[in-house]
Write a protein that binds this ligand. Structure first.
Ligand code: MLT
Length: 272
């Protein structure tokens, strides 16, 4: 993996850029509270044909936090600033969960910069008052009991029961991503997530092809939420990933990559 760092929008971003010269670009945005390494298997499966970029959102992995309050809007500005710095005019954009919130906000505000979207295990709704309250409780618990305990508890929600039993390596790597994240970044991002705006009312305006994928056993952003987005986005297809929970790209990478590659190739032929 070719790793680099660059200063954009007043912070240092760590990213990987595996280039096939002149090929279409695909940028991957990770979920919360993970980092760019969650996309390693997708990068490997695409890098012979595409320019594949993954990056750490500020405060995660090896990107620094900068000085501003975290918001989804700031994360979108970071993404577009990174594209500008890397001279990427247009790209495919694939986001999982929080990465999907960023992708949906990005297409709303910078529609001309994206060829197509891949929305994985995400949804378009804002937090309900109960969800906001739960986030505040999580912040309190992280401060009281620490990041390790938070990691152990959240892992049970992220993975499908079968994955918990079978995907030992993936669980260890996700746990490491969580415990590597600072308490400050976890709490600031939880706050940003609780304040995010809904994007459901904007889905009808998306005029690029969209692939929506969701783990059949996703408890956080369930298939019904994916179905709702599918109904609202004109040119969208929905794939339910078997044997997967919220981290469908890690729990069933074979199926995820297969759908991803087919989709990207179909858009590639028509538009690029
Ligand atoms: C994620 O995976 O990014 C989170 O589950 C998103 C969220 O907590 O809303």
């Amino acid at each position: 993996m070719n790793s680099f760092s660059i200063t954009v929008n007043n912070h240092i971003v760590s990213y990987t850029d595996n280039s096939k010269y002149g090929a279409p670009v695909i940028i991957f945005i990770h979920g919360f509270p993970f980092n760019k390494s969650m996309w390693n298997l997708q990068v490997e499966s695409l890098l012979d044909y595409y320019r594949v970029i993954t990056y750490d959102i500020r405060g995660f992995g090896n990107s620094d936090t900068g000085n501003e309050d975290f918001t989804i809007e700031l994360f979108v500005k970071d993404l577009v600033s990174l594209m500008d710095a890397l001279k990427i005019d247009k790209t495919f954009l694939c986001g999982l969960s929080m990465g999907g919130y960023i992708a949906l906000n990005a297409i709303e505000n910078y529609a001309g910069r994206f060829n197509a979207l891949i929305l994985s295990d995400t949804h378009c709704i804002a937090d309900t008052p109960e969800a906001k309250e739960k986030r505040m409780k999580t912040i309190e618990n992280i401060r009281k009991y620490g990041v390790e305990k938070y990691a152990d508890e959240s892992i049970k929600l992220f993975f499908a029961p079968d994955s918990i039993a079978e995907r030992v390596e993936e669980i260890a790597s996700v746990r490491e991503m969580i415990v590597k994240t600072s308490e400050k970044s976890l709490c600031n991002t939880l706050r940003a997530l609780s304040l995010r705006k809904e994007t459901c009312s904007k889905l009808k305006d998306i005029n690029v092809p969209v692939l929506i994928m969701v783990g059949k056993e996703d408890k956080i952003t369930p298939p019904a939420a994916a179905q709702l987005m599918h109904e609202k986005i004109n040119d969208s297809s929905l794939k339910i990933i078997e044997r997967a929970g919220h981290l469908s790209n890690l729990e069933n990478p074979e199926e995820f990559n297969d759908q991803l590659k087919k989709f990207v190739a179909s858009v590639d032929v028509i538009r690029i």
